[in-house]
Write a protein that binds this ligand. Structure first.
Ligand SMILES: [Zn+2]
Length: 584
């Protein structure tokens, strides 16, 4: 079933009026004798045989379907919905009227089909000019798809409407790993089901870490958190917005009727084969009912060091650094740059059967097997410090602290470092800033001079959609400035600069729905800290001097690491610059 549209209401009204039109066309009741005589006498309704009625019903059903589809499709392809809805509806009404009212049925029906078909084909030609070839209708490929579907009946759910054109591949799973279907219910509910799927699908595709929805009287406002920033999603209109909160709550196993008290639930969503865990919180507020969904990438959170996108040379350097005991490892970057994923990947590198590994974290989304996770909210100040101190008395072999920013906890770590390995993640724009911040937190550079092994700084970078990325030849001046002048760089890629067809309407990319980027990876600035560098830190050399020294040994900075991805055609220069400039 598709959601209802005003077209349906208008269409139903027109259908109700048809008998009246027919009756008006019918002459005074004559005696009816035989089929031939009916044709010759050319009366109206009274002469229509059962087979004619059946043909009329089929015509009406097809017209109904096409009108409804047109109305939804016009919104999807971003054209004038009211005008095209009206044109196709007028064609349908005129066609049906002709089929019923023209005295000779086998002239009236073809005439009706021509009237209606003309309007429908006109719309199809118009909308085909607005979309990419894969989304065109009434083409040979489209008809072949329709035939397969009619024969196989295997894809009943994905009609030819906008939902399937958007190709939403989202499946919800309960924590019992059984699929939770969003289907059935009255039209507004059915529409809400599609909107819940659309919003969560969009969030995952855009790489959002959270979704916030506020239910207002007239609509549901949708916001995504992407790369640490809140951005607007497309809102949900009434009447679907009325059912939006209850639909999400049912999915997450919560009470759909409780709109005031806070509730928490969770479920999983599989998007294009990728599993996400959704942590759902709902509560009534004075602004309206609010829904907050945290999106946790289950696969990413189970990544090992090999999986996080580190080039082989960096991987070897990091493994060597982790092997030094006792040693200090710093993972740094802005908020939402995947620090926890890298920290957990490092913890997975240790032998967690023979070592007691303890991780202090602001919140524990997903655990690393055989690691003792301790939730520590550093905003609690002395309470958090006391918690860390008492836990470390239990003498873990390896200690990790996620998002460290409290000096008192850093000082406990400085003490711990004398006998144990410590891994820390903190906010910093690059590796040198991470060294400075860590020294400031310790209150001295000495622990760094004694134990620092490696500093990593990272960013998440979105990957260009291969369906619509655009090749261009970079200008040599730019390449020289980017230190790429001596490299043999051919074509680079960027997001499409034109999304319009010749007539100025939007073309929809079937692969990314014009998001331009699909998926993400990380880029890493890796600063190995050798004995010389430690000695420099101990002497009080500035972080800049240490950096200059390590650069001479061949360390590549974030920009150079990012440009490598650009040269490989996987991302764009503007995306690398955006990621690097991200505020910490
Ligand atoms: Zn694309």
């Amino acid at each position: 079933m598709r959601p209802p549209a005003p077209a349906i209401v208008a269409f139903a009204a027109a259908m109700l009026l048809l008998p009246a039109i027919a009756a008006a066309a019918e002459p005074a009741a004559d005696s009816q004798v035989g089929f031939e005589r009916q044709l010759l006498d050319a009366p109206g309704l009274a002469s229509i045989s059962y087979i004619n009625i059946l043909l009329l019903l089929v015509f009406a059903a097809v017209a109904f379907y096409v009108c409804n589809w047109t109305f939804l499709d016009a919104r999807f392809v971003n054209t004038n919905q009211a005008a095209w809805g009206a044109i196709v509806l007028a064609g349908a009404v005129a066609g049906l009227a002709a089929a019923v009212a023209v005295p000779i049925f086998f002239i009236g029906l073809p005439l009706g089909i021509i009237l209606f078909g003309g309007a429908a084909v006109a719309y199809a030609l118009h909308r085909n000019g607005l979309v990419t070839p894969a989304l065109r209708v009434l083409t040979a490929a489209h008809l072949a798809r329709l035939r397969r579907r009619l024969m196989g009946r295997k894809a009943i759910e994905d009609g030819t409407g906008p939902a399937s054109a958007a190709n939403l591949e989202i499946v919800f799973m309960g924590l019992d790993d059984l699929p939770r279907r969003l289907a059935g219910g009255p039209p507004a509910q059915e529409h809400a089901n599609r909107e819940v799927e659309r919003v969560l699908y969009d969030a995952v595709r855009r790489g959002a870490s959270a979704v916030g929805v506020v239910i207002r009287p007239q609509k549901a406002e949708v916001r995504f958190r992407v790369g640490g920033e809140m951005v607007a999603g497309s809102d949900v209109d009434r009447p679907a917005s009325d059912h939006f909160a209850a639909t999400v709550k049912r999915l997450a196993g919560l009470d759909p009727n409780e709109t005031r008290k806070p509730q928490q639930g969770r479920l999983r969503a599989v998007v294009a084969g990728h599993t996400m865990e959704l942590r759902v919180k709902t509560a009534g507020t004075v602004r309206g009912e609010q829904i907050a969904v945290r999106i946790i990438d289950v696969q990413a959170s189970q990544m090992k060091l090999d999986d996080i996108g580190l080039p082989q040379a960096h991987l070897d350097t990091l493994r060597e650094a982790l092997a030094v005991k006792p040693g200090l490892v710093i993972i740094s970057g802005p908020k939402d740059s995947g620090l926890t994923t890298t920290l957990h990947a490092c913890l997975r590198h240790f032998d967690r059967f023979n070592n007691n590994v303890m991780a202090f974290e602001p919140h524990v989304d997903l655990e690393v097997e055989n690691v003792q996770h301790v939730v520590v909210n550093q905003e609690d100040g002395p309470v958090a410090t006391a918690e860390v101190r008492s836990r470390i008395r239990m003498e873990p072999d390896i200690v990790a602290v996620d998002s460290l920013y409290v000096p008192e906890i850093a000082q406990i770590l400085a003490e711990t470092l004398k006998a144990r390995s410590v891994l820390v993640s903190l906010r910093a724009a690059d590796t040198s800033q991470a060294v400075e911040r860590m020294a400031a937190l310790f209150g001295s550079a000495q622990p760094l001079a004694d134990r620092l092994q490696i500093v990593v700084n990272q960013r998440l970078v979105r990957l260009l959609c291969t369906g619509c990325r655009e090749a261009y030849r970079p200008n040599p001046e730019f390449l020289r400035k980017a230190n790429l002048g001596n490299r043999n760089v051919g074509l680079l890629y960027r997001p499409p600069t034109r999304l319009e067809a010749a007539d100025g309407k939007v073309v929809v990319c079937p692969k990314c729905r014009n998001e331009r980027y699909v998926g993400r990876t990380a880029i890493f600035e890796v600063m190995p800290v050798d004995a010389v560098a430690r000695e420099m830190i101990g002497r009080g050399s500035s972080a800049a001097d240490v950096r200059t020294y390590v650069r001479k040994l061949g360390m590549r900075n974030l920009q150079e690491e990012g440009l490598q991805l650009v040269i490989e055609g996987r991302t764009s220069i503007e995306e690398v610059l955006r990621a690097i400039k991200q505020a910490t």
